[in-house]
Design a protein. Structure first.
Ligand SMILES: [Mn+2]
Length: 623
């Protein structure tokens, strides 16, 4: 009996052991497959890890694999209410979320308002994260937007062939409802056959709601495989997270979207159509503004939009479409209304764009050693143009984006990743013009975190890219170069006292009074002026004008410059005096202290307060 008992259990134990071994074997194979996949797709896995070491991130040997990508869980079927599956905790949470949404609220992209306690909760959360998350939770994930497109767009026949798109959306602690609205609106507005997949890359979010609950939502609310979540266990920053998403993508076209967008009707077709026409065109939709407080979808009307520019300090800015570009459009867009013609853009904002997937890799994807956030958009912009591609705004494609007043979260160690990344960009792409960048950002000139850019310089050589000079001349000729075509540039300093012209860090988006301040040790952004060959006294964006007034003091107002220099006010630099030609008055700091506004006064050849010198002069022009 005992013997038989033993033998019976022995068999069971043997069977269990065999089953266990087999089970483990299958697991190992799966892990290996994943591992191989990761290694082969992480082309620069070595340099990638190295760079993290160089940046001094804690990265012990034991967590060598901590950033491996987790595969999304297999798709499951919809929960079956009859079998009680709906009692899963996430299901009830999701049903509760849905029950809080008010049908019709915010529809047509209209502003929405909360009342009572919800309104107060909304105001509280807004103060913290610069976004009314409470209101977002009361809006349907599928709220409608009005069609803001140019009427001509509706008459276009787009031929996208069999091109498919993968949308890559990275997020870090994004409000759950905002992220889901981004996903739903993309699916609702991008034709099903065209939209291959949406890849969500979780860049190490700590918000629990974005983990299992999000996975569950995706598994139960979207068709299998339509939405994929890639999770990075460690926070890698925007650039590396996007790369991780792009590696998983299988669509022909990559569309990068921020995690707080609402896509508008028909936005996909014009993008794919244009890429099918021209695979080296990198496309930007018109980016409309969704108000972070009331979620109103705002446009500038269907005709007017801006394109991307940059400032010498390495920041992106919005600029008007140039006259030159209008003329180019007249040449190339003979069949369509000029208002909807693809519009060349010197740079792009970087959050939202579409690019042929193979071209993305061919042209150097991203600089993987860029950390955190920022600067990658200008890097990609200059690279695309200098290496033979184009950046174009596609007016018939519109996507709303929530713009916030401040960054709701910080990057580890509070590093200025935008500045450091921009310096990496400048070292590779700006040639000698990097000096102007460093004049604006002297703090970055010897920054220890910039690291090595050799492999990006090699990429530039390999792709035989053109010079930054070529870029400025051909793609962005309107851009003012503070050291080109000038009589002098640098600090405008008093000959006899330690006093310099200074913009006093005023908002340069509107006119402001020019001031004086004690001279900085080196040229700094606030004291950087140029006197051009056409006799305009200016800084990067504004030109010096004399305020109209009947009585003194006559102050100097910096106003945005006209593209045509004939319309800008002129200054004559003679015998160390700066004379305003229109009024015949001279720049004078008599009786002024630092922080005061500078003025002009009747010229006096013996005045010590009217004598000025400028740092760098072109001798052939100077008196
Ligand atoms: Mn954004």
């Amino acid at each position: 009996m005992l013997f038989r008992f033993r033998s019976f259990y022995g068999k069971i134990i043997t069977f269990a052991l065999v089953a266990l071994v087999f089970f483990l074997y299958i697991k190992v194979i799966q892990v290996d497959e994943q591992g191989n996949n990761i290694v082969s797709s992480f082309e620069n896995v070595a340099s990638f890890r190295q760079s993290r070491h160089r940046h001094g991130t804690k990265n012990s040997e034991s967590n060598e694999n901590e950033n491996e990508i987790q595969r999304p869980p297999p798709p499951a079927h919809k929960p079956d209410i009859d079998t009680g599956e709906s009692y899963l905790p996430y299901e009830s949470e999701i049903l509760r979320d849905l029950s809080r949404q008010e049908p019709g609220l915010g529809d047509n992209g209209e502003a929405a308002y909360l009342v009572g306690e919800a309104r107060i909760r909304g105001e509280e959360i807004y103060k913290k994260i610069a976004l009314n998350e409470e209101l977002s939770e009361h809006l349907s994930y599928n709220r409608t937007l009005a069609d803001y497109r140019h009427p001509q767009c509706l008459k276009q026949h787009y031929n996208t062939g069999d091109l498919t798109a993968s949308i890559v959306i990275i997020f870090f602690n994004e409000p759950y409802s905002v992220l889901l609205r981004t996903v739903h609106s993309s699916i609702n507005t991008c034709n099903g056959n065209m939209l291959k997949q949406i890849i969500l890359v979780d860049d190490g979010s700590t918000n629990e709601e974005l983990h299992d609950k999000l996975d569950y939502y995706i598994r139960t609310r979207f068709p299998p495989g339509k939405v994929i979540v890639v999770r990075l266990k460690n926070r890698l920053g925007l650039i590396r997270a996007r790369l991780a998403g792009a590696r998983v993508a299988t669509g022909d076209v990559l569309i990068f979207l921020d995690a707080h967008c609402e896509a508008n009707i028909g936005w996909c077709e014009p993008l794919l159509h244009r890429i099918r026409e021209s695979r080296t065109s990198v496309l930007v939709p018109i980016i409309d503004v969704i108000d972070a407080q009331d979620f109103k979808y705002n446009t500038n009307g269907y005709k007017s939009f801006q394109v991307g520019g940059f400032q010498w300090s390495g920041h992106f800015d919005w600029i008007s479409v140039s006259e030159k570009e209008r003329r180019r459009q007249q040449r190339v867009c003979k069949d369509v209304d000029l208002d909807i013609c693809p519009t060349w853009s010197p740079t792009m904002a970087g959050g939202l764009f579409a690019i042929d997937r193979s071209y993305f890799w061919e042209v150097g994807s991203y600089d993987e050693q860029m950390d955190g956030w920022g600067g990658e958009n200008l890097e990609m912009s200059f690279r695309i143009w200098q290496c033979g591609g184009t950046i174009e705004t596609i007016p018939c494609s519109r996507v709303g984006h929530i713009f916030r007043d401040f960054h709701p979260y910080k990057f580890p160690n509070n590093r200025d990743t935008h500045g450091i990344n921009t310096a990496r960009m400048a070292l590779v792409w700006m040639d000698d013009y990097i000096n102007i960048f460093f004049l604006n950002r002297p703090d970055l000139k010897f920054h220890p975190d910039i690291g090595d850019v050799t492999h990006r310089v090699m990429l530039r050589k390999k792709l035989r890219c053109k010079s930054f000079d070529w870029y400025l001349e051909n793609i962005y000729p309107e851009k003012f170069v503070p050291t080109k075509n000038v009589i002098a540039y640098g600090r405008v300093r008093s000959l006899h006292e330690n006093i310099c012209l200074d913009d006093l860090q005023q908002n340069n988006e509107k006119p402001y009074n020019l001031g004086v301040y004690s001279c900085s040790k080196d040229i700094s952004k606030t004291q950087f002026f140029s006197l051009t060959k056409s006799k305009v006294l200016r800084n990067e964006l504004s030109c010096a004008t004399v305020q109209h007034s009947d009585l003194p003091p006559f102050q100097i107002v910096m106003t945005s410059c006209f593209e045509n220099d004939d319309h800008n006010e002129k200054w004559q630099y003679l015998g160390n005096r700066l004379r305003h030609i229109l009024t015949g008055l001279c720049l004078d700091h008599r009786g002024l202290h630092q922080g005061d506004y500078i003025q002009v006064a009747p010229c006096d050849p013996y005045s010590r307060t009217q004598s000025w010198t400028i740092d760098h002069g072109d001798d052939s022009y100077l008196p």
